[in-house]
Ligand binder design. Structure first.
Ligand SMILES: [Zn+2]
Length: 217
């Protein structure tokens, strides 16, 4: 990725999830700033606007003061980090839930698809805990009864619109999920994954690490 001109090489816009977004440079710091602790690498910042959703991405870039070997030219600045970054489903979430959650992130620009994928992710997470019978919402109640979920998580699940077949009186008039509803469903699926798997794995690793740590002298 090169800071001169527009930004290419970004797989998806972190705002609207469009693939291979066209990102137009709208701002850049006029000069690289070299700080005393790292005098050979300067810092530049640039802002890029997505031509699909018009939202802006900030890029943190580094430029070397040293010419590249053999060429004598100062290499072009490199993008080191984007804000916001493109989301990826956490590695501690088991398959197939992780892939469903990733697809939910990747389809936020298509709210119906994102809500269905968020529902599939929640479905797969509950199945991993042995809850495989009945509707998604009845299994969420079972998970609460089994102390797998807190009351707050279960209430939240009932507030969001997961999947495509949630019974609703208004569905005939309002068959589609809004962007906001889809985002809330995806946020819930992400939180459930963190709650059921990511946090548990972190706790397990923490306990293991403290068991193997050298006792203080
Ligand atoms: Zn966008």
């Amino acid at each position: 990725m090169n800071i001169i001109g527009d930004l290419s090489g970004v797989s998806r816009c972190p705002h609207c999830s469009v693939a291979a977004p066209q990102l137009k440079q709208v701002w850049v710091t006029p000069n690289a700033l070299f700080i005393p602790s790292n005098p050979l690498v300067g810092r530049l910042w640039a802002a890029y606007q997505c031509t699909t959703c018009s939202d802006v991405i900030l890029a943190k870039c580094a430029i070397s003061r040293r010419p590249s070997v053999g060429s004598g030219f100062i290499p072009a600045p490199k993008v080191e980090q984007l804000f916001p970054y493109t989301k990826s489903a956490h590695a501690d979430i088991p398959e197939p839930a992780r892939t469903f959650l990733q697809q939910a992130y990747d389809t936020l620009h298509a709210p119906d698809a994102a809500a269905v994928m968020a529902g599939s992710a929640v479905d797969a997470m509950l199945k991993k805990h042995g809850l495989s019978h009945g509707s998604l919402y009845s299994r969420i109640d079972e998970a609460l009864a089994a102390n797998l979920l807190t009351k707050g998580m279960a209430d939240w699940a009932h507030e969001v619109r997961l999947g495509s077949n949630r019974p609703r009186h208004a569905d005939a008039e309002k068959p589609h999920v809004s962007s906001e509803e889809a985002k809330q469903s995806v946020d819930f699926a992400e939180a459930l994954g963190n709650f059921l798997f990511v946090l548990t794995a972190r706790i397990t690793r923490g306990i293991e690490a403290s068991k193997t740590a050298e006792p203080a002298a």
